[in-house]
Design a protein around this ligand. Sequence first.
Ligand SMILES: O=C(O)C(=O)C[C@]1(C(=O)O)C=C[C@@H](O)C=C1
Length: 258
Amino acid sequence: MNYEGISLSKIRSELVRLEDTIIFGIIERSQFALNSTVYKPNQFKEIKCSFLEYFLHNMECVHAKVRRYTSPDEYPFTKDLPEPVLPPLDYPKILLNINPEIMQVYINNIVPAITKEGDDLNYGSSCTKDVELLQTISRRIHFGKFVAEAKFNDPKLHDKYVELIKNKDEDGIMELLTNKQVELKLLRRLKKKALIYGQEIDDQDEDMDGDGGSMPGMRLNPSLIADIYEKFIIPLTKKVEVEYLLQRLDSNFNSYNL
Ligand SMILES: O=C(O)C(=O)C[C@]1(C(=O)O)C=C[C@@H](O)C=C1
C-alpha cells in the first residue's frame, strides 16, 4: 500500500473499514472456547513456547519471505524471521512495534471477554482466528503512526506539536491529539455495527405471518466491541501516536511522506 499524499480523512476511513474486519474476527473467535492451553508454554511435545507463538512464528516465516513486514503498516509478533525472497521496497523504517503489549492485552483481556471459559480441543481453529484477529488489531493500532504524521503536518497544529515534542511533554501531546468527538462517534457506530453484524439470521425470524416476528438471537453482546475499543484499542492507538511524535524531530528520523 502506498501512503503518499494520504489525508487524515482517508486514514480515518481505513480505520472505519478495519472495524468491520475486527468485529467479524471477534465473532469468529468467539465460537470456540477460551482454550487457555494454547497460550501457555510447554503444553505439547517438542513445542517449548506456547502453541499460539509456534503457530504465529511459522506463519510469519512465510509472510516474511514475501516481504510482508517491510510494509510500513505490518509488524510481526515473533522474532528470528527469514529475509524476504523478493527485492526490498523503499519504505521508511520506523522502529515502533508495540506488538508485545498488544499480545498481552489480547491474551489477558480480549480473549477472556469474547469466549466462553473452558476447553473444546479446537486448538488449531482457535489459533487460526487468533492470528487473523491479532494481525488486524495490530495493523489498526500501528495506523496511529499515519494519524500522528497527518496531525503533525496540520498547519494549524504544527507549531504546537513541535513545541510539545521539544519539551518531551507526553501528556500535552496526548491531549492535543485526542479528539473526544471522533472517539464518541466511533463508539456509537461500533455499537450499531455490532447490533447488526452480531444478529443470528435464520428463517424463523422472517415475519411471514405479519405478527411482528421474534427478536433475533445475538452472537455476541452488542456493547462488547465498543468496550474493547474504549479500553484497549483506542488507548493503544494513542500510545503509538505519542511514541511516533516523540521521535518525530530526531535528526535521523525518516517520516512518512503523507
Ligand atoms: O482519528 C483520530 O484523530 C485518531 O487519533 C484516532 C483515534 C482512534 O483510535 O480511533 C485516537 C485518538 C482520537 O482521540 C480519536 C480517534
